[in-house]
Every structure is written in structure tokens, then in C-alpha cells.
Ligand binder design. Structure first.
Ligand code: FAD
Ligand code: TPP
Ligand code: MG
Length: 589
């Protein structure tokens, strides 16, 4: 809807069984599922659907590349907890979605992608723009449907929404042939309701398992909670906090867990893993009990699994049975929704004195202590960490920050301290460069009243910068920080550490990003010194429209600590020497 003046809302809310075209059924079902915004790009095989759009109260955001549509749907879902919807035509439109679908799959994000396909009678003939998108996306969707009969459309779509959000969330694709869009059928939203979701038979937590877990917690001397993305996906922030506070257990967070436990909480240990804080990784290695809450022991989190927390008993609370014992063998698996499991576990947990262990961790922290970057002299250098730190301070930590992938992503995780869930939006599992700008557009549509920041590298920003045009067309306001180090920085860092500084294919020429923004009618400014950061951020925030800041930062700076691939969690590469003016981490904040 929106741009077409001929809008007629006649079929907007179809509540009684009515004969409609498949195209109308598509939108009527989305309206019934409370969808208000979709992100898409038209083409021949989906044109019947686009033709019917004007009759429905759904805002369609025209993207500049279908990958952007999938990332926008993803950003919308991550920011709101609701299902994001992307739409594309057959063939290249559908294949352009694939990176975005895989990104959502790896991070368990509920999106529904709708594609048009050629008519059912020519399916399988290599018809114009025919591609087997259900085949292609089979490994990167939770489920997918090929709908070639109009009457199957509403039930398939409703089922897709159910699958996307139930149990472990994830992407679902619904491929609709052109004739299924053009045909008619009786639309009955209520009758198309899927059967109630049947949880996996292994989703059962026995009282004995809970009692055993409570006993391990009671007897532990050095316990650590590992809080992951499942905390916010379950909405179990309060329960995790109660467990931590009642039993005085410190909490380490995965990248995707950041924000699910307040950064300022005294029990928060910050991020674990490859670029996590040294004291968290040491605490994990010394722990005698790990309580994993909605996290999947990713290799960025564990380092070499053979040496991972060998002295610790492990409790894994996880909704997907397939994750149990997949990467790390655990002693107790409580398979179910985290919030629900903790509601049953908490009555068995009583107060515990954790002071000795907390003191030990404080000691490790002290040993790893680093200088506070905000007190360092301004020597004329601009480091990305400065930008993140200042941005955190100036925004009060209250913005939704959407990062791209690379060094800037890790510095954001270290220096922007998230207090609230769903305020850090980042591609963790697939690590998809180009994610930030479109995902931020989706997040802004989900949370129009929130301050949204993009933090992208000069490399990743160029992958999807065409979506600046989408921003201009939609007239939305987001703030964009390009961390411009002239390199594919994270890869350059690996070359520096592991490939004898052979900087092959990582130096990067970029357009003048401020001029690029200007070409889209978007204001911007370059920032070269630390002294300018605060005023530049203030200018961006107070600008009425989207504003781009091009931060020209130190070129050969590296992210520390770093666990080399294959090394143990405690074998971190630490910042060399003392002459570097930058603190190793945000640990003193
Ligand atoms: C350059 C780069 C560097 C990285 N470095 C690090 C690093 O240093 N440290 C780090 O932590 N990560 C790092 N990552 C991210 C890492 O790759 C993983 O994406 C991340 O660790 C996964 O976190 P997670 O397990 O919490 O989330 P997910 O992968 O999203 O897993 C969430 C788990 O929670 C479960 N779950 C979902 N809903 C529920 C529910 N309702 N109840 C119970 N369980 C539920 C899911 O089934 C899943 O198993 C890095 C990524 C990149 C791109
Ligand atoms: C689509 C895609 N291609 C390649 C990579 C591999 N990769 C990971 S980080 C990185 C460099 C990112 O450079 P930039 O966007 O400038 O960010 P920086 O690391 O410099 O902050 C690359 C190439 C990736 N993650 N995604
Ligand atoms: Mg770069």
C-alpha cells in the first residue's frame, strides 16, 4: 500500500469466508498474521501479488537488492521479536535472498520469505527465471513450502508463521507459483489455522534433572552462567538475573547474548570467546560448573573443545535437542524453553555465598587490567574503540546498534555496553558482511521511536550501500558510522598474525562515503580526530534525517585479546608492548 493512489481497502480484513485470488489471499493472510511492513522487490513471477497489494494495509519497502530485503526482515525480527517478511520474484530474485536466509538460519531468527515462481504447468522445464528455490534453500531454512494450488496458500502461509517462531526460531520460505497467485479459492483465515504446535518429544524436563542441576549449583565452588541468544529469544532475562543474583553466580555472555543481562550489573563478566575479555575466558577455564542458558557452544566461544573447561560439570538449558552434546558434552541437559525451565529450577535454588569465587575473578580481572581509554591522552590518533566508547557514552547506551562484520563488530561488542536485550543486532553465526545497513532499516521499521545506529566497516558497507537509496525513498532516520580503516581489517589482522603480514587483497579503496551519502540526499561528515567525535555524533543525532559519519581511523589496529583458531580458550594473544595508547579492552569501564 502507501504509494498507490488507487488504494481501496475492500479486502483489507477478510473475516468471513470469501472467494479471493491467490494474490489477495497472500496479503489477507499476512494482514491476519498482524504483518504491517514487508521488504521486497518485484518481478514477473510475483507480479500478480504486487498487483493486489494496493488493497491491503501493508507497507511495502522497495529494497535495492533482495539480499537487503532478507536482512531487513531479519533486523525487523531481531529488534521486535516479531516475524519479519521479505518478498522476491523467482530466479535471481529468489537466489539473491539466500545469503540473508542463511544469516537468519545461523542466528535462529524468525523470518518468512515469499517468492514467486513460474506457473505450475512449466515447473521443471527450465522456464524463464525458474529456479528450484525450495531445493536451494533446503539446508538454510527451518522449513519451506512450494505452493502450486491457490487453496493451499493460506494454510501454508499460516503454518510458515507458526514454524518460524515455535521452538527454536528460524527462517521459512514459501514459494508460490504464478498460477496459484492468479487462481481463486475460498479464503477462510480461521480455518487455515495450523494444528497446535507439537513440541519435540525430547522437550521434557524431569524433576530428577532439575533436582540434580540444583544440587550441582548448591555444591559448586566456581560456577559461571553462560548466557546466550536464547535468553532474549525466550524472554528469560528476569529468570536468568534471578538465578545469578540468588546464587551469586557471575554471568559471561556470548556475542549474541549481549544485552540479555545488563552490562552494568556487578555479576556481568562481559563477552566470552575468541575476542572476549581475558577474565571471562580464564573464569570459564577454571570453573567447576558451567550453566549454559540458550547458547550453543559455538567454536568462537569454546576455542579448542578438547581443552574447554575440562574441570567443569556442565548444565545445558536449550530448546533444540540437536544442540545437546553437539559441540560440548554436558552432564545435565534440560531441554525446553529457557524461561519455563528456569521457572521450575528457581524454587530449588537457595541463597549461596559466592564471594570467594567472585573475588578470585576480580583478581584475574586485576591481572588483566588495562588502562581506561577515556582517560588516555589524545595523541591525535583516532581508534575505532574510541568511537565505540564515545558513542556508548553519548547515547547513554540506549541506542539499537546494528553492526556489520569485522573488527569494528568486535570493538562494538567490547566498548558499547548494552543494558537491554535486542539492542545489539549483529550477524554472529554466518558473519555476513553487508548485513548492517539493511538490518538497521528493518530495525527502524520495527522500532520507529528508537535511536538506531549502523556501525559498518569500509568493506562491508560497500556490499549493501545501495540501500542508502531505500532510506532516501522511505525518508527514515538512522545514523551511520562507517569505521574506515582502509582495509578488510579483520582479514588483515589474520594476515598480520598468521600469514607474515602478507596483506594480499585486503587494502581497500573506497568511494568518499560522505559524497556517496550526498548523492542520495543524505548528509554526512568525515571525522579524523578523537576531539571531533563527540560533536560529530551530536550532529548526526540532531540531524532531521539519516546522517553518515565517515570515521577515518587507525589503519593497522588489531582486536585483542584473540584466541587463534585451534587454541585453548585461555591461550589468548594479548596486546603486545605498552606503547600502544589504546587499552586492550573495556574492562575498566
Ligand atoms: C568476526 C566474528 C567474531 C566472533 N567472535 C565471537 C566471540 O569472541 N565471542 C562470542 O561469543 N561470539 C563470537 N562470534 C559469534 C559466534 O560466531 C556465534 O554467533 C555466537 O557465539 C553464538 O551465540 P549464541 O550461542 O548465544 O547464539 P545462537 O547461535 O543464536 O544460539 C542460540 C541458542 O539458543 C537456543 N534457544 C533459542 N531460543 C531458545 C529458548 N526459548 N529457550 C532455550 N534455548 C533457546 C537455540 O536453539 C540456540 O542453540 C563472532 C562472530 C564473528 C562474525
Ligand atoms: C560476505 C562476506 N565475505 C567475506 C567475509 C570475510 N570477512 C570477514 S571480516 C572481513 C573484513 C571486513 O572488512 P571491513 O568491512 O572493512 O571491516 P573491518 O574488519 O575493517 O572493521 C572479511 C572480508 C565475510 N565475513 N562476509
Ligand atoms: Mg575496514
Amino acid at each position: 500500500m502507501g504509494t498507490n493512489a488507487n488504494t481501496q481497502a475492500s479486502t483489507a480484513h477478510v473475516t468471513t469466508p470469501t472467494r479471493l485470488t491467490g494474490a489477495e489471499i497472500l496479503w489477507a493472510t499476512l494482514v491476519g498474521e498482524a504483518v504491517t511492513t514487508v521488504f521486497g522487490y518485484p518481478g514477473g513471477a510475483i507480479l500478480p501479488a504486487y498487483d493486489a497489494l494496493r488493497k491491503f494495509p501493508i507497507h511495502h519497502v522497495l529494497v535495492r537488492h533482495e539480499q537487503g530485503a532478507a536482512h531487513m526482515a531479519d533486523g525487523y525480527a531481531r529488534a521486535s521479536g516479531k516475524v519479519g517478511v521479505a518478498i522476491a520474484t523467482s530466479g535471481p530474485g529468489a537466489t539473491n535472498l539466500v545469503t540473508g536466509i542463511a544469516t537468519a538460519m545461523l542466528d535462529s531468527i524468525p523470518i518468512v520469505c515469499i517468492t514467486g515462481n513460474v506457473s505450475s504447468k512449466v515447473l521443471g522445464t527450465d522456464a524463464f527465471q525458474e529456479v528450484d528455490i525450495t531445493g536451494i534453500t533446503l539446508p538454510v531454512t527451518k522449513h519451506n513450502f512450494l505452493v502450486n494450488r491457490t487453496e493451499d496458500l493460506a494454510p501454508a502461509l499460516r503454518h510458515a508463521f507458526q514454524i518460524a517462531v515455535s521452538g527454536r526460531p528460524g527462517p521459512v520460505l514459501v514459494d508460490i507459483t504464478k498460477d496459484a497467485q492468479q487462481g481463486t479459492a475460498i479464503f477462510d483465515f480461521a480455518a487455515a489455522k495450523p494444528r497446535p504446535y507439537r513440541p519435540h518429544p525430547m522437550l521434557r524436563v524431569e524433576e530428577s534433572g532439575l533436582a540434580h542441576a540444583a544440587e550441582l549449583i548448591r555444591n559448586a565452588k566456581r560456577p559461571v552462567i553462560l548466557a546466550g541468544h536464547g535468553v532474549s529469544e525466550s524472554g528469560a532475562m528476569e529468570q536468568v538475573r534471578t538465578l545469578a543474583e540468588r546464587a551469586q553466580i557471575p554471568v559471561g555472555l556470548t556475542l549474541l547474548g549481549l544485552g540479555a543481562f545488563p552490562a552494568s550489573h556487578p555479576l556481568n563478566l562481559s563477552m566470552m570467546g575468541m575476542h572476549g575479555e581475558a577474565w571471562v575466558n580464564h573464569a570459564i577455564q577454571e570453573a567447576d560448573l558451567l550453566i549454559a542458558c540458550g547458547m550453543r557452544f559455538d567454536d568462537r566461544v569454546t576455542g579448542a573443545t578438547s581443552t574447554y573447561a575440562t574441570r567443569a560439570k556442565k548444565i545445558h538449558i536449550e530448546v533444540d535437542p540437536a544442540e545437546i552434546n553437539k559441540n560440548i558434552k554436558v552432564d545435565i541437559a534440560l531441554v525446553g524453553d529457557l524461561g519455563q525451565v528456569l521457572e521450575r529450577l528457581l524454587p530449588l535454588i537457595s541463597g549461596r555465598d559466592g564471594s570467594a569465587w567472585l573475588k578470585t575473578i576480580d583478581g584475574i580481572k586485576g591481572a588483566a587490567a588495562v588502562r581506561d581509554i577515556k582517560n588516555l591522552p589524545d595523541l591525535g590518533h583516532l581508534y575505532a574503540a574510541h568511537v565505540m566508547h564515545d558513542l556508548w557514552r553519548i547515547t547513554g547506551g540506549n541506542a539499537i546498534v546494528v553492526t556489520d562484520v569485522g573488527q569494528h563488530q568486535m570493538w562494538e561488542a567490547q566498548y558499547y555496553h548494552h543494558e537491554q536485550p535486542r539492542t545489539l543486532i549483529t550477524s554472529g553465526g554466518l558473519g555476513t558482511m553487508g548485513f548492517a545497513l539493511p538490518a538497521a532499516i528493518g530495525a527502524k521499521f520495527a522500532c520507529p521511536d528508537k535511536e538506531v545506529w549502523v556501525i559498518a566497516g569500509d568493506g562491508g558497507f560497500q556490499m549493501t550501500s545501495s540501500e542508502l537509496s531505500t532510506i532516501a525513498q522511505e525518508g527514515i532516520k538512522i545514523n551511520i558510522a562507517v569505521i574506515n580503516n582502509g582495509y578488510l581489517g579483520m582479514v588483515r589482522q589474520w594476515q598480520e598474525f598468521f600469514y607474515e603480514r602478507n596483506y594480499e587483497a585486503t587494502p581497500l579503496i573506497s568511494p568518499d562515503f560522505v559524497k556517496l551519502a550526498d548523492a542520495h540526499g543524505i548528509a554526512g561528515r568525515a571525522v579524523r580526530t578523537r576531539g571531533e567525535v563527540a560533536s560529530a555524533v551530536a550532529e548526526a543525532r540532531s540531524a532531521p534525517g539519516t546522517f553518515l559519519l565517515n570515521f577515518l581511523v587507525e589503519k593497522e589496529e588489531s582486536v585483542y585479546p584473540m584466541i587463534p583458531v585451534g587454541a585453548a580458550l585461555h591461550e589468548m594473544i594479548r596486546r603486545p608492548g605498552a606503547k600502544d595508547p589504546l587499552a586492550e579492552s573495556a574492562g575498566d569501564e
